[in-house]
Write a protein that binds this ligand. Structure first.
Ligand SMILES: [Zn+2]
Length: 122
């Protein structure tokens, strides 16, 4: 069962609860009835399948415009704005993670010798 956000109609408390997908109502700890909130990420046709995992960790209570925009529409474009808003420089297209340079045969030999020594193979 998926996890959903619910908002209590009586005390306004918001809480998460596991519920079947067709269940839009829940009961709050105060006894009041709670309605299911529009879930971000789940059910939304995001243009990348990893976007829901980002919306899951985004601060849903944040009033910041870049967060609101991203949660309302978790698209790649809004994800980039979200990252910039969070002070993270998004990776540009074609930009790859820096690769560690090949240490060369001497280092590879040393690693192998130390491995053998640890295993008592020498
Ligand atoms: Zn309540």
């Amino acid at each position: 069962m998926p996890l959903y956000d619910f908002a209590c109609r009586v005390c306004d408390r918001e809480f998460e609860a596991m519920a079947p997908m067709d269940r839009t109502e829940n009961i709050c700890t105060c006894g009041g009835s709670a309605k299911r909130l529009l879930s971000v990420g789940r059910g939304y046709r995001a243009d990348a399948d990893w976007l829901p995992s980002v919306t899951a960790v985004a601060d849903k209570t944040s009033p910041a415009p870049h967060v609101r925009a991203f949660l309302a529409e978790p698209s790649r474009a809004n994800y980039r704005r979200f990252l910039r808003g969070e002070g993270i420089r998004p990776q540009e297209p074609g930009e790859e993670r820096a690769r560690r340079p090949d240490p060369g045969p001497a280092v590879a030999r040393e690693v192998l010798e130390r491995h053998k020594a640890r295993r008592g193979l020498v």
